[in-house]
Ligand binder design. Structure first.
Ligand code: SF4
Ligand code: SF4
Ligand code: SF4
Length: 146
């Protein structure tokens, strides 16, 4: 199974990974519309910075995923590709998964319709190469076998 690997020495704190993630999860997948005309989705990666170190943090798709165990109704589940994803149709926004994740990578959705529901990296199911990996100008993110 391939995952996103992080090379913090290459990260230049440009936030392009976050931009690409937002566009990929937008209604139109168009950068202008995603940022200026539609309700903007949340970035599922977050760039952390503590000079001189920076890195983009996202779900590790753990083998033994504490978020899945904490979820009371199976909304946090493993999909057919083997990645841990959340089903927004059944998530009730109890945030148990947020409390259970040791990496702090599950966020609360801020869009009106789904406000407060858990959201996280879904490893870009519509793409061969995740959007954040493709957008990173410096190979700080790569998509590789575990
Ligand atoms: S796009 Fe790459 S270099 Fe830029 S902040 Fe994200 S991980 Fe770092
Ligand atoms: S959300 Fe957290 S606990 Fe769940 S698979 Fe990702 S990194 Fe692991
Ligand atoms: S793999 Fe896709 S969903 Fe996950 S952080 Fe990167 S762009 Fe966002």
């Amino acid at each position: 199974m391939k995952v996103v690997k992080i090379k913090e020495d290459n990260c230049v704190y440009c936030h392009l990974c976050e931009v690409a993630c937002i566009v990929e999860h937008s209604q139109s997948k168009d950068i202008i519309k995603a940022f200026k005309r539609e309700e903007r989705p949340i970035a599922r990666c977050s760039v952390e910075f503590n000079y001189p170190v920076s890195l983009s943090v996202m779900c590790r798709h753990c083998d033994d995923a504490p978020c899945m165990e904490a979820c009371q109704n199976g909304s946090m589940h493993r999909d057919e590709r083997g990645y841990v994803v959340v089903n927004p149709d059944t998530c009730v926004g109890c945030w148990m998964c947020i409390m259970a994740c040791p990496y702090g990578v599950i966020k609360r959705d801020t869009r009106r319709e789904v406000w407060g529901l858990s959201t996280k990296c879904d490893l870009c199911p519509d793409r061969e190469i995740p959007a954040c990996v493709e957008a990173c100008p410096n190979e700080a993110l790569t998509f590789e076998e575990l």
